[in-house]
Design a protein around this ligand. Structure first.
Ligand SMILES: Cc1cc2nc3c(=O)[nH]c(=O)nc-3n(C[C@H](O)[C@H](O)[C@H](O)COP(=O)(O)OP(=O)(O)OC[C@H]3O[C@@H](n4cnc5c(N)ncnc54)[C@H](O)[C@@H]3O)c2cc1C
Length: 404
């Protein structure tokens, strides 16, 4: 954590969080990664009283959610700490996609839905998922969508096909993006967010989509889902009809800060492992890996890139906090592709320095290498963010480029 951005309450909270992770989570993560998620979930959830005792349950959430009420810049720095282990965010009940869904439900759900879903989510008793991307349409242009929700009296009838609905396996509810207003002039006003219980008739989890040879399960899954004549009450609509993309933007801005800082936590973990290996692996004749200039180059470049990425993300978080999401749009695009690429370079270098060990499951590196490749794709691929940033810049030079 950078002292420059530390606040008194963060200085107090951060060491407690770090100690908890070092004592209760990191020593067990390799073992947990070999176990079915449902078992790991039980072990982690049993730690809830201890997490509450250090004042860190629902870490991202406001005080009225039972969280410590941190601001975005503080949350960002905590997210880095939690990113040092794949189980960090889950242990503190601030994992994606639940954290974003909790905010949506808090703002837009009916009192009955809050009681049924929001309260158990905050208590860590339920999980949720967010279902927008579809295999048949380019997700980087999300207004392209085949899923529809058609009014039938007091109900919506939902039909569609989604995939990469992360954490769908075992989730109690999905927040589904579906076209409700196909006639709206703006494509951004055609879709709505609707809460769908996963036990609703017609909700079918077809499979957990395997990612790089790993099927994933539970929270760590990516579901392919068919919605066939799923009937839900109109009161399950979140926000106004046609406001789905507006709500998605509200959810994505802080979400990108959380992800980017989590990636910096991953980078620090990989960096630490890389340096330890470089300092201790002997190549023969008393020469250690770290004495080789090419390995020193890996270390120096990684240090500089991680530090640069952290400053950029905290700057974006500060701007969003002070001036709102719209004002920070360029910064958000910048960090989304920049931090994701730093992440991938740092993990790759750490794997390389470990040699064959780096590609085994004996260290956390291979998990990160596989799992974090998606960072350059989800929440907008690199190219979409670069293009968006360049368009904003070129507009200042008098060139207006149509969003296509
Ligand atoms: C690990 C992971 C988790 C995910 N979790 C969820 C989730 O929980 N819920 C959900 O709804 N979705 C989720 N997604 C889906 C994700 O949002 C989409 O994959 C993403 O929006 C890209 O859409 P696509 O895969 O259809 O790629 P496409 O839109 O088909 O794009 C393919 C490629 O085209 C290129 N491209 C795209 N736009 C441009 C451009 N403007 N200029 C130049 N090149 C471009 C990029 O290289 C891009 O990778 C997840 C994805 C991953 C990998």
């Amino acid at each position: 954590m950078l002292d420059l951005f530390a606040t008194p309450r963060l200085r107090e909270l951060a060491p407690r969080v770090t100690t908890f992770l070092e004592e209760e989570i990191i020593p067990f993560e390799q073992e947990w990664m070999q176990m079915p998620f449902t078992e790991v979930e039980k072990i982690i959830r049993a730690k809830k009283p201890k997490v509450q005792a250090i004042g860190a349950w629902n870490l991202y959430h406001a005080k009225h959610h039972g969280g410590p009420g941190l601001n975005l810049v503080e949350v960002a720095q905590i997210s880095e700490l939690l990113g040092r282990t794949p189980f960090g965010h889950f242990t503190f009940n601030c994992q994606a996609p639940d954290a974003g869904n909790i905010e949506l439900l808090f703002q837009y759900a009916s009192p009955a839905m809050r009681e049924k879903y929001l309260e158990p989510l905050l208590a860590g008793e339920l999980r949720s998922c967010f279902s927008m991307t579809e295999p048949e349409f380019a997700g980087s242009n999300p207004v392209l969508m085949g899923t529809t929700a058609v009014r039938d009296g007091d109900h919506y009838i939902i039909n569609g096909h989604k995939w990469f609905t992360s954490s769908a396996d075992g989730a109690a509810l999905a927040i589904v993006m579906a076209v409700t207003n196909p006639e709206a002039a703006s494509p951004y006003m055609r879709a709505s967010m609707i809460l769908v219980p996963t036990d609703a008739e017609g909700f079918e989890l077809v499979r957990n989509v395997p990612v790089m040879g790993h099927p994933g399960s539970g929270w760590a899954s990516h579901g392919e889902i068919r919605y066939t004549n799923v009937r839900v009450p109109v009161s399950n609509l979140l926000g106004p009809e046609g406001a789905g993309f507006k709500l998605a933007q509200e959810r994505l801005g802080p979400g990108r800060i959380h992800h980017c800082m989590r990636w910096i936590g991953v980078c620090e973990r990989a960096f630490d492992l890389m340096c330890r290996r470089a300092a201790t692996r002997e190549l023969g004749n008393g020469v250690f890996l770290g004495e080789k200039q090419m390995v020193q180059n890996f270390i120096a470049e990684s240090r500089a890139e991680i530090d640069a990425a952290r400053l950029m993300v905290l700057h974006a978080a500060g701007k969003m906090q002070e001036m709102g999401q719209h004002a920070a749009a360029a910064e958000i695009s910048t960090i989304k592709f920049f931090a994701a690429n730093v992440l991938q370079r740092v993990i790759d270098r750490a794997v390389q320095v470990h040699g064959a060990l780096g590609v085994t499951d004996d260290t956390i590196l291979s998990y990160y290498y596989r799992e974090e490749r998606g960072a350059r794709i989800y929440d907008g691929p690199d190219e979409a963010h670069k293009s968006s940033l360049a368009r904003k810049i070129l507009k200042n030079y008098g060139l207006s480029i149509r969003n296509n």
